[in-house]
Design a protein. Structure first.
Length: 169
């Protein structure tokens, strides 16, 4: 398996691993800020599992071809899709327009991000990681950091958030 990953262009492979390292960092931070949440354990697992899966990719890129990695990732994506559907339905029926001002909207977005990222990583160890996957990964990687920075700078956007959402970081 390791031979396949070595055939690709080195710069694409470096960017791919860097994106996974940054997403591992983001998911770890997202897991940490859940510490004050009333249902912290669920959300810490929701972000901790993708953080660990990304760390495995950084450590050994062809890990995505192992049965254990795929099963854990598939289970997480399946559960995330179910929870995103429930949260999305709730936001839709309540006609919420300011999604990021509602805790359910932030939770829904975070779980969608974990699911999309894990699907992007799926089978990335099977063959050389191409320019399209790496470009997509780079674009997705920038988004959560930019959004977090934007909300951190604009304190008025967080004014209606519950206290457990504003005190961890």
């Amino acid at each position: 398996m390791g031979e396949v990953c070595k055939e690709q262009q080195p710069w694409l492979f470096i960017i791919w691993k860097t994106c996974n390292a940054l997403m591992c960092l983001f998911f770890t931070l997202a897991s940490y800020v859940q510490i004050n949440d009333p249902d912290a354990g669920l959300w810490m697992a929701g972000y901790g599992v993708p953080a660990a899966l990304c760390a495995f990719i950084v450590w050994r890129a062809d890990v995505t071809e192992t049965l254990a990695w795929r099963r854990v990732a598939d289970l997480h994506v399946m559960i995330s899709c179910a929870v995103v559907s429930m949260l999305g339905w709730r936001l839709f029926t309540e006609k919420v327009s300011a999604i990021f001002q509602q805790e359910e909207g932030r939770e829904c977005s975070g779980l969608m991000l974990t699911g999309v990222w894990l699907l992007l990583c799926r089978h990335s160890g099977r063959a050389a990681v191409g320019a399209l996957r790496v470009s997509t990964a780079a674009a997705i990687t920038v988004f959560p950091f930019a959004a977090w920075l934007y909300y951190h700078i604009n304190k008025d956007l967080r004014s209606d958030w519950p206290s457990h959402c504003t005190t961890a970081l």
